[in-house]
Unconditional design. Structure first.
Length: 194
């Protein structure tokens, strides 16, 4: 079985350029048009989805390439504790507000009052989501630094040190938490707008 990197014709890497990956995917997908290639086209699409998102790419690399078993992290990493509390408070406040959302057939004045409150709550959620995006960019910078270390170890020793695998596992967990919180905030923002 080809690795996802081989399917897409890219070198195994912690960091991938999104445009290059998309271009490779579209080139390969064009080659696989037709019902006779449907299974291979589905595999290609799955590989593109996995490698296109940093957390799933890291998980794939750790499990398939580094043969590491990932145990779901139950506790929030200590350095993300404050962010966890912020997100939790914001989600709690937003959920409480959404419970007060008037039905669509409610008087217009009630809907206008709710929308003005919802606008303030939405701004709070958007601000926090922006902070999470900054946190994720910081992690991407760390991942880029690990990429340099990974490449040098592969060239010099031919293998990846366990310490680097451990650091990548920690990064994977941090990405997972931050992405989940960002998705939860995005969902609430959407609910506030409807």
């Amino acid at each position: 079985m080809d690795s996802y990197f081989q399917l897409l014709g890219v070198t195994p890497s912690l960091v991938l350029d999104a445009e290059t990956l998309k271009s490779r995917y579209l080139e390969r997908a064009a080659e696989l048009k037709g019902p006779e290639n449907e299974a291979e086209a589905q595999s290609l699409h799955h590989a593109y989805q996995i490698l296109g998102a940093i957390p799933s790419r890291l998980k794939y690399l750790l499990q398939e390439c580094f043969q590491t078993s990932l145990v779901p992290m139950q506790e929030v990493p200590e350095d993300l504790g404050d962010r966890f509390m912020e997100v939790g408070a914001c989600l709690h406040a937003t959920d409480a507000m959404l419970k007060q959302k008037p039905p669509s057939d409610a008087p217009e004045l009630l809907q206008v009052v709710f929308l003005s409150k919802a606008l303030n709550e939405r701004k709070t959620c958007e601000s926090l989501r922006s902070a999470l995006e900054d946190d994720l960019q910081h992690l991407e910078g760390l991942l880029s630094r690990h990429q340099v270390s990974w490449e040098s170890h592969r060239q010099e020793e031919g293998s990846i040190p366990r310490s680097l695998v451990g650091e990548l596992t920690e990064l994977y967990h941090r990405f997972t938490f931050l992405e989940r919180w960002k998705r939860q905030l995005s969902d609430r923002i959407l609910e506030l707008m409807i």
